[in-house]
Design a protein around this ligand. Structure first.
Ligand code: GUN
Length: 293
Protein backbone atom coordinates (compact mmCIF):
# COMPACT_ATOMS: atom_id res chain seq x y z
CA UNK A 1 0.00 0.00 0.00
CA UNK A 2 1.29 3.43 -0.94
CA UNK A 3 -0.05 6.54 0.78
CA UNK A 4 -0.91 9.37 -1.60
CA UNK A 5 0.68 12.02 0.59
CA UNK A 6 -1.04 15.34 -0.06
CA UNK A 7 0.91 17.13 2.63
CA UNK A 8 4.28 16.36 1.05
CA UNK A 9 3.03 16.80 -2.53
CA UNK A 10 1.46 20.17 -1.77
CA UNK A 11 4.71 21.30 -0.10
CA UNK A 12 6.61 20.26 -3.26
CA UNK A 13 4.19 22.22 -5.46
CA UNK A 14 4.43 25.33 -3.27
CA UNK A 15 8.22 25.09 -3.46
CA UNK A 16 8.03 24.91 -7.29
CA UNK A 17 5.69 27.91 -7.35
CA UNK A 18 7.98 29.90 -5.03
CA UNK A 19 10.92 29.26 -7.39
CA UNK A 20 8.87 30.38 -10.36
CA UNK A 21 7.74 33.54 -8.56
CA UNK A 22 11.37 34.33 -7.76
CA UNK A 23 12.20 34.00 -11.46
CA UNK A 24 9.26 36.23 -12.42
CA UNK A 25 10.42 38.90 -9.98
CA UNK A 26 14.00 38.66 -11.23
CA UNK A 27 12.67 39.30 -14.72
CA UNK A 28 10.65 42.35 -13.67
CA UNK A 29 7.40 40.46 -14.16
CA UNK A 30 4.39 41.45 -12.12
CA UNK A 31 4.05 39.62 -8.79
CA UNK A 32 0.98 37.35 -8.70
CA UNK A 33 -1.75 38.84 -6.53
CA UNK A 34 -4.68 36.86 -5.08
CA UNK A 35 -7.61 38.49 -3.31
CA UNK A 36 -10.15 36.69 -1.14
CA UNK A 37 -13.55 37.94 -0.02
CA UNK A 38 -15.05 36.44 3.11
CA UNK A 39 -18.49 37.34 4.38
CA UNK A 40 -19.41 36.81 8.03
CA UNK A 41 -17.70 35.12 10.96
CA UNK A 42 -17.85 31.38 10.31
CA UNK A 43 -14.84 29.96 12.18
CA UNK A 44 -13.93 27.19 9.73
CA UNK A 45 -14.18 29.55 6.73
CA UNK A 46 -12.01 32.18 8.40
CA UNK A 47 -9.37 29.56 9.25
CA UNK A 48 -9.43 28.30 5.67
CA UNK A 49 -9.16 31.77 4.10
CA UNK A 50 -6.36 32.75 6.47
CA UNK A 51 -4.49 29.62 5.40
CA UNK A 52 -4.90 30.69 1.75
CA UNK A 53 -3.55 34.16 2.49
CA UNK A 54 -0.62 32.76 4.48
CA UNK A 55 0.19 30.36 1.64
CA UNK A 56 0.32 33.34 -0.76
CA UNK A 57 2.89 35.06 1.43
CA UNK A 58 5.00 31.89 1.67
CA UNK A 59 5.36 31.55 -2.12
CA UNK A 60 5.98 35.28 -2.63
CA UNK A 61 2.54 36.28 -3.93
CA UNK A 62 0.76 39.42 -2.88
CA UNK A 63 -2.58 38.86 -1.19
CA UNK A 64 -5.56 40.93 -0.14
CA UNK A 65 -8.17 39.74 2.32
CA UNK A 66 -11.50 41.53 2.23
CA UNK A 67 -13.66 40.84 5.26
CA UNK A 68 -17.30 41.83 4.97
CA UNK A 69 -19.96 41.76 7.62
CA UNK A 70 -22.57 38.99 7.80
CA UNK A 71 -25.38 41.47 7.06
CA UNK A 72 -23.89 42.97 3.89
CA UNK A 73 -26.46 43.18 1.10
CA UNK A 74 -26.14 41.18 -2.09
CA UNK A 75 -25.77 44.44 -4.00
CA UNK A 76 -22.88 45.58 -1.81
CA UNK A 77 -21.11 42.25 -2.31
CA UNK A 78 -21.64 42.45 -6.08
CA UNK A 79 -20.12 45.92 -5.91
CA UNK A 80 -16.98 44.62 -4.19
CA UNK A 81 -16.68 41.99 -6.90
CA UNK A 82 -17.04 44.61 -9.63
CA UNK A 83 -14.16 46.56 -8.05
CA UNK A 84 -11.89 43.49 -8.02
CA UNK A 85 -12.88 42.68 -11.61
CA UNK A 86 -11.44 45.98 -12.84
CA UNK A 87 -8.49 46.26 -10.45
CA UNK A 88 -5.47 45.68 -12.68
CA UNK A 89 -3.25 44.65 -9.82
CA UNK A 90 -5.48 41.69 -8.87
CA UNK A 91 -4.77 38.60 -11.00
CA UNK A 92 -7.35 36.36 -9.41
CA UNK A 93 -9.82 36.31 -6.56
CA UNK A 94 -12.18 34.05 -4.72
CA UNK A 95 -15.38 34.52 -2.77
CA UNK A 96 -15.23 32.08 0.12
CA UNK A 97 -18.28 29.82 0.37
CA UNK A 98 -20.73 29.28 1.94
CA UNK A 99 -22.35 32.72 1.85
CA UNK A 100 -25.11 33.91 4.22
CA UNK A 101 -28.55 32.65 3.22
CA UNK A 102 -29.86 36.03 2.05
CA UNK A 103 -27.25 36.14 -0.73
CA UNK A 104 -27.73 34.26 -4.01
CA UNK A 105 -24.53 32.24 -4.37
CA UNK A 106 -25.00 31.55 -8.07
CA UNK A 107 -25.48 35.24 -8.82
CA UNK A 108 -22.29 36.05 -6.93
CA UNK A 109 -20.20 33.38 -8.67
CA UNK A 110 -21.48 34.59 -12.05
CA UNK A 111 -20.38 38.15 -11.26
CA UNK A 112 -16.70 37.15 -11.07
CA UNK A 113 -14.71 37.89 -14.24
CA UNK A 114 -14.00 34.38 -15.65
CA UNK A 115 -10.40 35.43 -16.35
CA UNK A 116 -9.92 36.11 -12.62
CA UNK A 117 -12.01 33.14 -11.42
CA UNK A 118 -9.16 31.10 -9.93
CA UNK A 119 -11.71 28.93 -8.08
CA UNK A 120 -13.02 27.80 -11.49
CA UNK A 121 -16.64 28.13 -10.33
CA UNK A 122 -17.96 30.49 -13.05
CA UNK A 123 -20.23 28.68 -15.55
CA UNK A 124 -17.93 29.82 -18.38
CA UNK A 125 -15.00 28.03 -16.75
CA UNK A 126 -17.06 24.97 -15.81
CA UNK A 127 -18.15 24.82 -19.47
CA UNK A 128 -14.57 25.09 -20.70
CA UNK A 129 -13.54 22.36 -18.26
CA UNK A 130 -16.32 20.11 -19.60
CA UNK A 131 -15.11 20.75 -23.15
CA UNK A 132 -11.47 20.06 -22.17
CA UNK A 133 -10.45 23.60 -23.13
CA UNK A 134 -7.76 25.54 -21.23
CA UNK A 135 -9.31 27.06 -18.10
CA UNK A 136 -9.07 27.15 -14.31
CA UNK A 137 -9.90 23.71 -12.96
CA UNK A 138 -11.20 24.15 -9.43
CA UNK A 139 -8.85 23.38 -6.60
CA UNK A 140 -10.13 20.02 -5.33
CA UNK A 141 -10.48 18.26 -8.71
CA UNK A 142 -7.20 19.85 -9.90
CA UNK A 143 -5.49 18.61 -6.71
CA UNK A 144 -6.78 15.07 -7.20
CA UNK A 145 -5.53 14.99 -10.82
CA UNK A 146 -2.14 16.27 -9.65
CA UNK A 147 -1.85 13.65 -6.87
CA UNK A 148 -2.70 10.81 -9.28
CA UNK A 149 -0.21 12.22 -11.78
CA UNK A 150 2.69 12.66 -9.37
CA UNK A 151 2.27 9.13 -8.00
CA UNK A 152 1.95 7.71 -11.54
CA UNK A 153 -1.40 6.09 -10.79
CA UNK A 154 -2.60 4.66 -14.12
CA UNK A 155 -6.11 5.85 -15.00
CA UNK A 156 -6.26 5.03 -18.72
CA UNK A 157 -8.69 2.19 -19.38
CA UNK A 158 -9.41 1.81 -15.67
CA UNK A 159 -12.87 1.68 -14.16
CA UNK A 160 -13.31 4.69 -11.88
CA UNK A 161 -16.31 4.79 -9.57
CA UNK A 162 -17.16 8.27 -8.30
CA UNK A 163 -19.33 8.42 -5.18
CA UNK A 164 -21.20 11.74 -5.05
CA UNK A 165 -22.39 14.20 -7.69
CA UNK A 166 -21.55 17.56 -6.11
CA UNK A 167 -20.76 20.50 -8.38
CA UNK A 168 -17.42 20.95 -6.63
CA UNK A 169 -16.06 17.38 -6.70
CA UNK A 170 -18.11 14.43 -7.95
CA UNK A 171 -19.46 15.98 -11.11
CA UNK A 172 -16.21 17.61 -12.38
CA UNK A 173 -14.12 14.54 -11.44
CA UNK A 174 -16.38 12.22 -13.42
CA UNK A 175 -16.02 14.51 -16.45
CA UNK A 176 -12.25 15.06 -16.12
CA UNK A 177 -11.32 11.42 -15.60
CA UNK A 178 -13.28 10.32 -18.66
CA UNK A 179 -11.62 12.93 -20.90
CA UNK A 180 -8.72 12.32 -23.25
CA UNK A 181 -6.04 13.83 -21.03
CA UNK A 182 -2.88 12.72 -19.26
CA UNK A 183 -4.74 11.71 -16.10
CA UNK A 184 -7.97 10.56 -17.70
CA UNK A 185 -9.18 8.08 -20.35
CA UNK A 186 -10.98 6.14 -17.63
CA UNK A 187 -14.36 4.45 -17.80
CA UNK A 188 -16.33 6.34 -15.21
CA UNK A 189 -19.41 5.32 -13.25
CA UNK A 190 -20.98 8.03 -11.15
CA UNK A 191 -22.99 6.89 -8.14
CA UNK A 192 -25.23 8.94 -5.85
CA UNK A 193 -27.95 8.66 -3.24
CA UNK A 194 -30.39 7.00 -5.66
CA UNK A 195 -27.93 4.44 -7.01
CA UNK A 196 -29.11 0.85 -6.62
CA UNK A 197 -26.77 -2.06 -5.80
CA UNK A 198 -23.91 0.26 -4.95
CA UNK A 199 -21.68 -2.48 -3.56
CA UNK A 200 -21.95 -4.43 -6.83
CA UNK A 201 -20.59 -1.35 -8.60
CA UNK A 202 -17.83 -0.42 -6.15
CA UNK A 203 -16.58 -4.03 -6.21
CA UNK A 204 -15.84 -3.54 -9.93
CA UNK A 205 -13.83 -0.36 -9.41
CA UNK A 206 -10.09 -0.06 -10.04
CA UNK A 207 -10.24 3.44 -8.57
CA UNK A 208 -12.84 4.79 -6.13
CA UNK A 209 -13.30 8.45 -5.43
CA UNK A 210 -15.42 9.03 -2.35
CA UNK A 211 -16.98 12.48 -2.05
CA UNK A 212 -20.28 12.10 -0.21
CA UNK A 213 -19.56 13.49 3.25
CA UNK A 214 -20.60 10.36 5.18
CA UNK A 215 -17.87 9.36 7.66
CA UNK A 216 -16.31 5.94 6.99
CA UNK A 217 -18.98 5.03 4.44
CA UNK A 218 -16.71 2.95 2.19
CA UNK A 219 -15.88 -0.35 3.93
CA UNK A 220 -13.43 -3.12 3.05
CA UNK A 221 -16.19 -5.47 1.83
CA UNK A 222 -17.13 -2.89 -0.83
CA UNK A 223 -13.74 -2.85 -2.59
CA UNK A 224 -11.67 -5.36 -4.51
CA UNK A 225 -7.99 -6.09 -3.86
CA UNK A 226 -5.42 -3.64 -5.27
CA UNK A 227 -7.92 -0.80 -5.52
CA UNK A 228 -6.87 2.88 -5.52
CA UNK A 229 -8.94 5.03 -3.16
CA UNK A 230 -9.25 8.82 -3.14
CA UNK A 231 -11.05 10.08 -0.05
CA UNK A 232 -12.44 13.60 -0.40
CA UNK A 233 -14.63 13.43 2.70
CA UNK A 234 -13.74 15.49 5.72
CA UNK A 235 -16.15 15.43 8.66
CA UNK A 236 -15.48 16.71 12.17
CA UNK A 237 -16.46 14.04 14.71
CA UNK A 238 -16.58 14.91 18.41
CA UNK A 239 -13.61 13.39 20.22
CA UNK A 240 -13.07 14.42 23.86
CA UNK A 241 -9.60 12.81 23.82
CA UNK A 242 -8.40 15.51 21.37
CA UNK A 243 -7.34 18.97 22.46
CA UNK A 244 -9.51 20.48 19.70
CA UNK A 245 -12.48 18.37 20.84
CA UNK A 246 -12.87 16.74 17.43
CA UNK A 247 -11.14 14.53 14.92
CA UNK A 248 -11.31 14.61 11.14
CA UNK A 249 -12.79 11.57 9.45
CA UNK A 250 -13.02 10.80 5.74
CA UNK A 251 -15.64 8.91 3.73
CA UNK A 252 -13.49 5.78 3.86
CA UNK A 253 -12.97 3.32 6.75
CA UNK A 254 -9.26 3.90 6.33
CA UNK A 255 -7.54 1.00 8.12
CA UNK A 256 -9.63 -1.81 6.69
CA UNK A 257 -9.74 -0.36 3.14
CA UNK A 258 -6.02 0.52 3.17
CA UNK A 259 -5.24 -3.16 3.81
CA UNK A 260 -6.72 -3.99 0.37
CA UNK A 261 -5.41 -0.91 -1.49
CA UNK A 262 -2.49 -0.25 -3.82
CA UNK A 263 -2.82 3.52 -3.30
CA UNK A 264 -4.93 5.45 -0.81
CA UNK A 265 -5.21 9.05 0.44
CA UNK A 266 -5.20 9.60 4.21
CA UNK A 267 -7.59 12.00 5.98
CA UNK A 268 -6.28 14.42 7.02
CA UNK A 269 -3.18 14.89 4.85
CA UNK A 270 -4.49 13.62 1.51
CA UNK A 271 -6.68 15.67 -0.82
CA UNK A 272 -7.19 18.53 1.67
CA UNK A 273 -3.70 20.06 1.62
CA UNK A 274 -3.65 19.89 -2.19
CA UNK A 275 -6.44 22.43 -2.60
CA UNK A 276 -4.51 25.49 -1.45
CA UNK A 277 -1.50 24.51 -3.58
CA UNK A 278 -3.77 24.28 -6.64
CA UNK A 279 -5.39 27.64 -5.90
CA UNK A 280 -1.89 29.13 -5.93
CA UNK A 281 -1.14 27.33 -9.20
CA UNK A 282 -4.30 28.82 -10.76
CA UNK A 283 -3.34 32.29 -9.50
CA UNK A 284 0.13 31.99 -11.02
CA UNK A 285 -1.49 30.89 -14.28
CA UNK A 286 -3.91 33.84 -14.16
CA UNK A 287 -1.02 36.25 -13.63
CA UNK A 288 0.98 34.85 -16.55
CA UNK A 289 -2.10 34.82 -18.82
CA UNK A 290 -2.91 38.43 -18.01
CA UNK A 291 0.67 39.47 -18.73
CA UNK A 292 0.47 37.80 -22.15
CA UNK A 293 -2.94 39.16 -23.11
N1 GUN B 1 -15.39 26.77 0.67
C1 GUN B 1 -14.90 25.51 0.82
N2 GUN B 1 -14.04 25.23 -0.18
C2 GUN B 1 -13.98 26.31 -0.97
C3 GUN B 1 -13.25 26.65 -2.14
O1 GUN B 1 -12.49 25.84 -2.70
N3 GUN B 1 -13.46 27.89 -2.66
C4 GUN B 1 -14.30 28.76 -2.08
N4 GUN B 1 -14.44 29.95 -2.66
N5 GUN B 1 -15.00 28.50 -0.98
C5 GUN B 1 -14.83 27.29 -0.43
Amino acid sequence: MILLDGKKTSADIKEEIALEVRDLKNNDHKTPHLAAIIVGNDGASITYVNAKVKACERVGFESTLIRLSEDITEEELLNEIAILNIDNDIDGFIVQLPLPKHIDEQKVLMAVDPDKDVDGFHPTNVGKMALNLPTFISATPFGILELLDRYNVETSGKHVVVLGRSHIVGSPMSILLSQKRKVGNATVTMCHSRTKNLKEITLQADIILAAIGIPEFLKADMVKDNVTVIDVGITRLADPSKKSGFRLVGDVAFNEVAAKSDFITPVPGGVGPMTIAMLLKNTLLACKRRANS
